[in-house]
Design a protein around this ligand. Structure first.
Ligand SMILES: O=C(O)CCC(=O)C(=O)O
Ligand SMILES: [Fe+2]
Length: 350
């Protein structure tokens, strides 16, 4: 790793880096601690199926996809099931404060059934379905390992309490993202406009893959300031140039634990210097969701039962955050999608 990657801005947050290759109670306790304190942590890819080669190939495919003319991507425009392509400015993650949409485009794939997502795909993705499947399956596996470690940390008697409730159908989304460069003559103002507005994620856990020289993610800290999250955390040692996987807790795990686990608000900003603001940012997110009909009642854990929720704290942030808790995973997702895209809250065929 080059030294520039280690020189983080002074306000960058230090999040734990967790190795999940030996998933014992100590690692479970570390995972719980990070999820309670920050709602964010890094996973060392060496304990996972994510090799540098796999991640690089997936990012290259993503780059090729977003290089296609919009008219090609348009054919797979996002549908009411939250699958497909959304163009630049098509999504507004923080409708209360943003004056215009996020300067990003994204391609969402729903859960894979019999080796593929159930939705129309551009030919480029059809031709690379094996790669997509490998990446998605690895995301699913890591997410289940994280959920089991959180269960271990919470001392839930059924060690697979969370992961066994992550069956299909669900709102899981494997998402490719592209943030375009800010052209000199753009009428976007990096002081006001944003690459991805402030929000919390809607599901249980999110995995985020980033590229070495494309920072931008910030999290809202407990003292109400924005802290950059470096792509490479300080002290991260690796024999490859593969960044660690950034993991965050979503609203549903926060509901499930009565607010004990934090669904932390985050956003993506333009780099401060104009030169890097003129560069693309690519990221890949895997939003893991429990089965649609899972009820979001607090899990059977002594630690959760003993937690006294802060009466003023609301779970989740961004469009569609309900004033009252949602009953099921699916109800929560519909509310949030309705607010960010203006979808009506109903399931529909792909
Ligand atoms: O692209 C990123 O770095 C973060 C994206 C994100 O937070 C989201 O899509 O929920
Ligand atoms: Fe997010």
């Amino acid at each position: 790793m080059g030294s520039s990657q280690q020189q983080n801005a002074p306000s960058a947050i230090q999040l734990p880096i967790i190795d999940i290759s030996n998933p014992d109670t100590t690692v479970g306790a570390q995972m719980l601690e990070a999820a309670r304190e920050f709602g964010f942590l890094y996973i060392d890819p060496k304990g996972t199926e994510f090799t540098e080669d796999l991640v690089v190939r997936q990012f290259e495919l993503s780059r090729q996809l977003f290089s296609l003319p919009d008219s090609d991507k348009e054919k797979c425009r996002i549908n009411r099931s939250n699958r497909g392509w959304t163009g630049m400015g098509g999504e507004t993650l923080d409708p209360r404060t943003q004056r215009r949409g996020d300067l990003k485009e994204a391609f969402n794939m729903g859960e894979f059934i019999n080796g593929r997502p159930e939705q129309p795909l551009p030919d480029l993705l059809e031709r690379n379905i094996e790669l997509l499947l490998e990446f998605e399956a690895s995301c699913r596996k890591v997410s289940a390992q994280i959920l089991d470690l959180l269960g271990l940390g919470l001392q839930i008697e059924d060690a697979q309490f969370f992961s066994s409730r992550h069956t299909q159908p669900s709102g899981c989304i494997f998402r490719l993202l592209h943030y375009s460069p800010l052209a000199q003559d753009s009428d976007y103002d990096p002081g006001v406009d944003i690459r991805a507005g402030a929000h919390s994620d809607y599901g249980s856990v999110t995995l985020l893959f980033q590229r070495p020289s494309q920072p931008g993610l910030e999290i809202r800290t407990s003292d109400d300031t924005w802290a950059p999250v470096p792509v490479f955390p300080e002290g991260y040692e690796s024999s490859t140039t593969l960044p660690p996987i950034l993991v965050n807790i979503g609203d549903l795990l926060s509901y499930w634990t009565n607010g004990l686990l934090k669904s932390t608000v985050h956003r993506v900003v333009f780099p401060k210097d104009s030169q890097s603001a003129g560069e693309d940012r690519y990221s890949i997110a895997y939003f893991c969701h429990p089965a649609d009909q899972v009820e979001l009642i607090p899990v059977p854990s002594r630690i959760v039962a003993e937690h006294v929720p802060d009466q003023n704290a609301e779970i989740g942030y961004g469009g569609g955050t309900p004033s009252q808790r949602a009953l099921t995973a699916q109800q929560h997702l519909f509310k949030r999608l309705e607010a960010t895209y203006g979808f009506r809250g109903e399931a529909s065929a792909v």
